[in-house]
Design a protein around this ligand. Structure first.
Ligand SMILES: NC(=O)c1ccc[n+]([C@@H]2O[C@H](COP(=O)([O-])OP(=O)(O)OC[C@H]3O[C@@H](n4cnc5c(N)ncnc54)[C@H](O)[C@@H]3O)[C@@H](O)[C@H]2O)c1
Ligand SMILES: [Zn+2]
Length: 370
């Protein structure tokens, strides 16, 4: 078992951790009651096991004794809403869950963000244990304490900082994750390499084929996840509330969010971020911020793992630019970008890691990314 500390909570990375979840939770996040929040897909594979483990943590033989409750919501980003927040909250209230309840978020980033936001607000805040079951949630969403729901005005427009009490990462849960989702998660692994460690790009490229073919060894998958989580944990520990350094985690995301929305969410988040990283690396070179060759290096990593590297032909650059405007990161009316200096090192320290760029320059870069 690997425990990543430094954030005030433990992040455990361990193949088959779910098999001893009862002990882990009893030791790291003891409570009188547990409320599991999950979605229909994840429930099918893992809910019974998790309920039984929680019952064990409570010292009960089965979950039927009444101290473990589960709320299952439909799967998908379209359910990361205030309506589901209310539904989950109402279910907990109906069960008589009081302040001695710990919420267990079992699922991908949608569940992590939504259940985390329920935990942030329920009874003015109760603990949450994150059990991420997608690669994206393992290396990114479950770590750092950002929680949110979407509104018609945009993604993550209502939320809170609510760090988890514990994060349990069981790479064995990736077995049931669709390959397209698994590959999309690799975009965030590549992003962490660009931010902090160039060698990660070569490691991702080396492990990806076996990971995607489901033939990688458990230890190879564990260490891929562990290294990526360490990078995120280090950035978050330095700047938990995103006043500065944490902004580097937005690399690829300003353009990526625009592409994601312009595709009407037909592209998965990680797929759009892959395209966004190439666009922003080219932008960095064009502005003289990044060394020559940086964009090509990023693009090689993206294409090696089979992620898309071009904006789909049906999506006009103007639409991407328009949808990028809803982004929260702005400076003097111009959008801000987190840009690399080279692979492994980010630029922009003197401007709090955000670099404002004129729209016409971005438009020019996008026009060439088809
Ligand atoms: N809080 C943060 O810091 C942060 C960071 C990055 C992303 N996010 C958020 O994360 C969300 C995206 O997360 P995601 O990519 O995990 O999507 P997701 O939660 O929608 O999961 C993707 C799909 O995989 C299914 N699934 C999950 N685990 C499975 C498993 N083990 N086996 C089979 N099916 C499984 C889900 O039901 C869903 O259909 C977005 O809402 C994004 O805003 C948050
Ligand atoms: Zn992301």
């Amino acid at each position: 078992v690997t425990s990543i500390d430094g954030l005030g909570y433990s992040i455990l990375v361990e193949t088959d951790a779910l098999a001893r979840l009862g002990t882990l939770i009893r030791d790291h996040a003891p409570a009188h009651r547990y409320a599991v929040v999950t979605d229909e897909n994840v429930a099918r594979h893992y809910l019974t096991r998790v309920e039984q483990a929680l019952a064990t943590a409570l010292g009960n033989a089965t979950a039927a004794t009444g101290h473990v409750h589960s709320v299952v919501i439909p799967a998908g980003e379209e359910h990361k809403t205030r309506e589901q927040w209310a539904r989950i909250t109402d279910a907990l209230l109906a069960h008589g869950c009081a302040r001695d309840t710990t919420i267990v978020a079992l699922g991908g980033g949608v569940i992590g963000d939504l259940a985390g936001f329920v935990a942030a607000t329920y009874m003015r805040g109760v603990p949450v244990v994150q059990i991420p079951t997608t690669l994206l949630a393992m290396v990114d969403a479950s770590v750092g304490g950002k929680t949110a729901v979407d509104t018609p005005a945009g993604k993550n427009t209502v939320g809170a900082f609510h760090p988890p009490a514990l994060v349990v990462i069981d790479p064995a849960t990736l077995t049931s994750l669709p390959t397209r989702e698994l590959r999309a998660g690799l975009a965030e692994v590549i992003k962490h390499g660009v931010i902090a460690n160039a060698a990660e790009l070569e490691r991702v490229s080396a492990v990806a084929p076996e990971l995607l073919a489901r033939t990688a060894s458990p230890s190879a998958v564990e260490s891929l996840i562990e290294r990526s989580v360490r990078i995120k944990a280090h950035v978050v520990a330095t700047d938990e509330r995103e006043h500065g350094l944490r902004k580097v985690l937005n690399f690829g995301h300003t353009v990526g969010h625009g592409v994601e929305a312009a595709s009407s969410y037909q592209l998965l988040h990680g797929e759009a971020i892959a395209i966004g990283m190439i666009a922003e690396a080219r932008l960095a070179e064009r502005l003289g911020v990044a060394e020559h060759g940086t964009a090509e290096h990023v693009e090689r990593a993206v294409t090696t793992v089979g992620l898309p590297s071009r904006i789909p032909s049906g999506i006009a650059p103007g639409l991407v630019i328009e949808l990028m405007q809803s982004d929260k990161k702005r400076r003097r009316g111009m959008l801000e970008y987190a840009l690399p200096h080279r692979v492994g090192t980010m630029a922009g320290e003197s401007s709090a890691w955000g670099i404002a760029v004129e729209e016409n320059v971005v438009r020019e870069i996008l026009a060439r990314l088809y």
